[in-house]
Design a protein around this ligand. Structure first.
Ligand code: ZN
Length: 118
């Protein structure tokens, strides 16, 4: 899954409200959480949902790509299963992908505050 994300060339784009103009052919819409546009190699994720929800959405959309035959309920349950099975480094890797620059910055700052001074 990691390598799919790295080598597929897909770009993760965090969006505010879902735009109305992106109803292109090839775009697969999924509630308000996110969707994938295979023609453009882009995965759009709503930045208003929590970071972990974004990670699940990202996995979900990638699973549609990897397993095009899977129906929605299967993708939904498998993506949640995979999310629960992520190791801490794997989760961090996915979180990094779906966080805005500002969020990454403040996460780094928080870590500095909490790290012991030695
Ligand atoms: Zn779906």
């Amino acid at each position: 899954m990691k390598s799919t994300l790295l080598y597929s060339g897909y770009e993760v784009i965090l969006t505010g409200v879902p735009q109305s103009g992106v109803n292109k052919r090839g775009a697969r819409h999924r509630a308000a959480k996110g969707y994938i546009v295979p023609d453009e190699l882009k995965i759009f994720i709503n930045r208003r949902i929590g970071v972990n929800d974004r990670v699940i959405t990202l996995i979900h959309e990638l699973m549609h790509e990897i397993y095009p035959d899977w129906q929605e309920p299967r993708v939904e349950s498998e993506s949640k299963k995979m999310f629960r099975g992520l190791t801490v480094p794997q989760l961090g890797f996915f979180q990094f992908f779906v966080m805005t620059n500002a969020e990454v910055q403040s996460a780094l700052k928080r870590q500095q505050v909490h790290s012991p001074i030695c």
